[in-house]
Ligand binder design. Structure first.
Ligand code: SF4
Ligand code: SF4
Length: 269
């Protein structure tokens, strides 16, 4: 199956980032200039996993007699490896990078939760928790792909921060994650830069709230400590919105952010 979707380049290859820097007479991203060895270690970890993304497939294949049982086995294995949630759907060309040919029929999406309590320790810890969780996702994806190839005898490739040709967001949309966004709005209400629009656009049947880079980056990447508020308030991390302990944690977290120089968030929480 040949991919039809353009994947936005990362780092200084990202044209939108470079444009936002140029407009401000900047030539680099302050956040990235900071010495942050733990973050570098997480990045090294997922890059080191890249050679294990793909490998030989066991010729003695486990025959699928009951698809539901096989699906449950794979989900169970993924959870044992560290995933907090797992979903599956059919692979579609719009999930795949433009022009890349992948021989697979299905895609498995895994979720690993960040520790919400890290938000109380300030933006650096939030950033590090995010990077550590990306590294954990890379571990689970790598181990699961190996399990499918070596134990079950089917081809499988891990896509993670180290290297990928599948876009995560359209896949998660397909497995139902975005339904909650239609009534949630927590990220938009709490964004200190008003960078998340009220309205979405629809492309290829997928709703997208296009973050305004020129409003977001001066508050996130162009400072020396990260923003990340939109992610921290997301119920997929802050799952128990009705839990009094988590609510009080959220209040403390926003106080710390104000002390870091963020304005009071607008809207209801
Ligand atoms: S990182 Fe901060 S400024 Fe950027 S969209 Fe998220 S909450 Fe808004
Ligand atoms: S906070 Fe999370 S669930 Fe809520 S609208 Fe934003 S992305 Fe969607």
């Amino acid at each position: 199956m040949i991919g039809t979707n353009w994947i936005r380049e990362q780092g200084m290859q990202d044209a939108l980032l470079v444009n936002a820097l140029r407009k401000r007479g900047m030539d680099d991203v302050p956040l990235w200039q900071r010495k942050f060895p733990k973050r570098d270690a997480a990045m090294k970890h997922w890059n080191d996993l890249t050679p294990r993304r793909d490998g030989p497939v066991n010729p003695e294949r486990v025959e699928v007699t009951d698809l539901a049982v096989m699906n449950e086995d794979i989900k169970h294995r993924a959870r044992e490896m560290g995933a907090d949630d797992v979903g599956m759907t059919a692979l579609r060309p719009e999930f795949i990078e433009l022009g890349v040919d992948l021989p697979h029929k299905n895609v498995i999406a895994i979720i690993c939760y960040e520790d919400y309590a890290k938000s109380l320790e300030g933006p650096d810890e939030v950033d590090l928790e995010a990077m550590s969780t990306y590294a954990k996702c890379a571990d689970v994806a790598t181990d699961l792909a190996e399990y499918i190839r070596e134990d079950l005898g089917y081809p499988a490739v891990a896509h993670h921060n180290g290297s990928f040709q599948i876009q995560a967001i359209p896949v998660f949309y397909e497995v139902g994650v975005q339904d909650y966004c239609l009534t949630c709005n927590l990220c938009r209400n709490n964004c200190p830069g008003d960078a998340i629009p009220d309205d979405y656009i629809t492309t290829e049947g997928i709703k997208r709230w296009l973050t305004d880079i020129d409003k977001c980056y001066p508050i996130s990447r162009f400072r020396e400590s990260y923003c990340h508020i939109c992610v921290d308030v997301c119920p997929y991390i802050h799952k128990e919105n009705g839990d009094p302990e988590k609510k009080s944690m959220f209040g403390q977290y926003m106080k710390i952010r104000k002390e870091e120089g963020y304005k009071t968030p607008k809207g209801e929480r």
